[in-house]
Ligand binder design. Sequence first.
Ligand SMILES: NC(=O)c1ccc[n+]([C@@H]2O[C@H](COP(=O)([O-])OP(=O)(O)OC[C@H]3O[C@@H](n4cnc5c(N)ncnc54)[C@H](O)[C@@H]3O)[C@@H](O)[C@H]2O)c1
Length: 341
Amino acid sequence: MLKIGIIGAGRIGKVHGESISRYIKDATIKAIADPFMNEATKAWASSIGVDEVYTDYKKILADKEIDAVLICSSTDTHSTISLEAIKAGKHIFCEKPVDHNVQRIKEVMEALSKTKLKYQVGFNRRFDHNFAAVKKAVAEGRIGELNVLKITSRDPGAPPIAYIKVSGGIFLDMTIHDFDMVRFISAAEVEEVFAYGDALVDKEIAKAGDIDTAIISMKLSSGALAVIDNCRRASYGYDQRLEAFGSLGQAAIANDTASTTVISGEGGVIAEKPLHFFLERYMQAYVSEVADFINAIKNDTDVPVNVNDGLQPVLIGLAAKRSIAEKRPVAIKELMEEYSL
Ligand SMILES: NC(=O)c1ccc[n+]([C@@H]2O[C@H](COP(=O)([O-])OP(=O)(O)OC[C@H]3O[C@@H](n4cnc5c(N)ncnc54)[C@H](O)[C@@H]3O)[C@@H](O)[C@H]2O)c1
């Protein structure tokens, strides 16, 4: 039985805590750490059978019985805790992004390369039943040669301005998942990015130095083209759709809904709204990604989302940011040269 430590008991730490305790038979959570370990968090930990709780994650890293850690703390702590966990010999599941700073991700990659430790990045959408089915159809050649990949990714509402200020911007916080989807579905690399964006939802977001609505066009190494449209507000819920169009046809998915009921009447035909947000839409994906991480440790196989998969979407996000600032297409090669990658 693998012993796990969870670092960070906020929204996503709780999701992983609950999915391991409920659904994963080969692993048990030994300890949880969070600097804000209040009574409510302790009660939650106890409800999933964990009584070892700390305010300092270093206690988890020092525990020789713990095989692996899940880094679910705020983004600005990920690379530091990753480096310390590597030193402590723990396998690591790190929530996205590894860091906003490419240099810091390189340090994590270098430290990892000297070990045999597993390091998985939390790009959960790869494990979503819909996206995985499109990936399979494309990989099996059912749409022929991929020509155009279209992703729509809209949140039900913008986060608080305080969050926007520390988020790293829409591309590194939100679109990063869509950049990962482009790489995952196409099995190609993004070579060039051109982006338009503005604060159309809330002018306060512009004042905080960010945008809330964007269109990003990309050229891929396979020759295919990709486009993502993002918005921080969709009045009807979490809008997560994708279409892969190729020489033999297309593979597309609709949003998941609570039920497939359609009510028809004089006033029209009414179906359910999309599931509200990521906690509703991706719960199955969160369980599957951690199950695969545990299996990779147990069977000594490759993790499904490695540290390079963590790096590439950050480079694409930085290129998109630069494209907006400088009003020009930006090649990923340009950034790779700057960072000596
Ligand atoms: N993959 C996904 O779909 C997904 C979804 C949500 C969040 N995330 C990522 O997960 C991370 C956390 O997001 P969240 O929404 O759970 O945030 P949150 O604010 O709800 O939780 C973060 C927690 O980390 C704790 N923390 C801060 N510093 C810490 C430290 N040094 N040691 C231990 N704990 C520490 C905070 O006290 C807080 O409880 C972010 O990096 C975010 O990008 C990923």
